[in-house]
Design a protein around this ligand. Structure first.
Ligand SMILES: NC(=O)c1ccc[n+]([C@@H]2O[C@H](COP(=O)([O-])OP(=O)(O)OC[C@H]3O[C@@H](n4cnc5c(N)ncnc54)[C@H](O)[C@@H]3O)[C@@H](O)[C@H]2O)c1
Length: 410
């Protein structure tokens, strides 16, 4: 197994362990990471993921002497709520989860955020372990300790910083993930590279290119089926290259290495800016991870959160932000092109050229990432280097032209 350490200060750190089949080692990892007095573990998951991996998680924990109680929440973003957290907390209390016991989150980012949040609240904080099973959660959401729920006012508006004691990434779990979930995760991977460094960008792009296969129409079909729009796929169909789903992942050292590289990047960002300070905007501030999000969130909002997976919307948002950067003379045209190519390699995205630019801009202005009420854009100076710019500094015609160019079919 590969290991990446997240350092949070002189005394505080935790490990991310990565490898195909890693779930089999969960018991020993938990024994190493938790209090010697830990006896009971609640595994928070959903029915879909638990049916696939629950038995292995439970038996690995039981083999190391833990009393294991599963608790399943609903599947999907709409279940990431205070109500669900309250139910989880009721269950923790009924199960007799003590201060030295722990919660294990088994699932994607929804389960991880909810389980971590409930763990932060139970008895004012019990330990938790992340066992992420989506690409997005493995590369990003499971690392860094941001936990929380959605409210009527918006996504992730209530939460806590609560770091896991360990993150165990079994990359073989990606073999059962739906193609669009993989595309969404790969878009976030491209984002990490775009703001994190040319090496990370290049290794991500090279991995995606090496797994690209001629006309694997699965991803494209899935977008079409799920958005109900025959014209919805703007890239990835004709002569197109789509990253293989289950064919491309499994026991796979190159994949493990790439996931480890992404986790190391996220770990560096978290170490430099654990609590996402509003004042920080440098290359290792958490704010640069919002690259693509100004338009990404707006696209999700104007389509009623039905058309795009979050990562897919970020994919389109990154291209718009790069178009702005290019028009302002910050980013070379060849760099813009590299980014476009990397996003295309991530997989087919739902269409966005039918959406009204004014509605998108209004939705962007309402976004919660607008720190202190002011909208910001994360722009690129080059691949691997981002800059946070107040929206007021960018001429409106530049934004409009970039939206048109970024949302048009390639
Ligand atoms: N905490 C953070 O730092 C952070 C960062 C990014 C995103 N997030 C959050 O993550 C959430 C999105 O996470 P996500 O993209 O993982 O979505 P998700 O958790 O909804 O998972 C996507 C779908 O895949 C299914 N699934 C999960 N693993 C599977 C597997 N191995 N095989 C088959 N199906 C599987 C899930 O049941 C779900 O239906 C959002 O709520 C977002 O706010 C948090």
């Amino acid at each position: 197994m590969r290991k990446v350490r997240v350092r949070l200060g002189a005394r505080d750190s935790y490990d991310i362990l990565i490898g195909a089949g890693a779930i089999g080692r969960l018991g020993e990892v938990a024994r190493g990471a938790l209090s010697p007095r830990a006896r009971r573990v609640v595994v928070v998951s959903n029915a879909r993921v638990f049916a696939l991996y629950g038995a292995r998680v439970v038996s690995a924990l039981a083999a190391s002497g833990f009393a294991v109680e599963p608790w399943l929440m609903g599947d999907g973003e709409r279940h990431k709520t205070l109500r669900t957290a309250e139910r989880a907390l009721d269950f923790f209390a009924r199960a007799g989860l003590q201060r030295t016991d722990a919660v294990v989150a088994l699932g994607g980012g929804v389960v991880g955020d909810l389980a971590g949040f409930a763990a932060a609240l139970h008895l004012r904080g019990v330990a938790f372990l992340q066992v992420p099973t989506t690409l997005l959660a493995q590369l990003d959401a499971s690392v860094g300790g941001k936990t929380g729920v959605n409210t009527r006012a918006g996504k992730n508006l209530i939460g806590a910083f609560h770091q896991p004691r360990a993150v165990l990434i079994d990359t073989a779990t990606l073999s059962t993930l739906a193609p669009r979930e993989l595309t969404a995760g790969w878009c976030e991977a491209v984002k990490h590279g775009a703001v994190g460094g040319r090496r990370l960008f290049e290794s991500t792009r090279a991995f995606l290119a090496s797994r690209a296969v001629q006309r694997v129409a699965r991803g494209a079909r899935a977008v079409r089926r799920e958005t109900g729009d025959a014209r919805s796929v703007q890239s990835g169909e004709d002569g197109a290259r789509v990253v293989a789903g289950s064919a491309g992942v499994g026991e796979d050292d190159a994949l493990d290495a790439l996931v480890a590289e992404h986790c190391a990047f996220k770990a560096r960002v978290v170490a430099a800016d654990e609590r996402e300070s509003a004042e920080r905007a440098g290359p290792l501030s958490r704010r640069v991870l919002n690259f693509g999000h100004t338009v990404g969130h707006a696209l999700e909002a104007v389509t009623g959160f039905r058309r795009f997976r979050h990562g897919e919307a970020v994919g389109r948002g990154m291209i718009v932000a790069a178009e702005i950067s290019n028009r302002l003379g910050l980013l070379a045209t060849s760099e813009l092109q590299s980014l476009r190519e990397a996003v295309a390699l991530a997989g087919p995205l739902p269409r966005a050229d039918d959406l009204d630019p004014d509605s998108i801009l209004r939705a962007a202005a309402a976004d919660k990432k607008a720190a202190g009420g002011q909208l910001h854009w994360v722009l690129l100076e080059r691949i691997g280097r981002a800059r946070v710019v107040p929206a007021g500094d960018i001429p409106a015609p530049v934004v409009r032209a970039s939206l048109r160019a970024g949302l048009a079919p390639p």
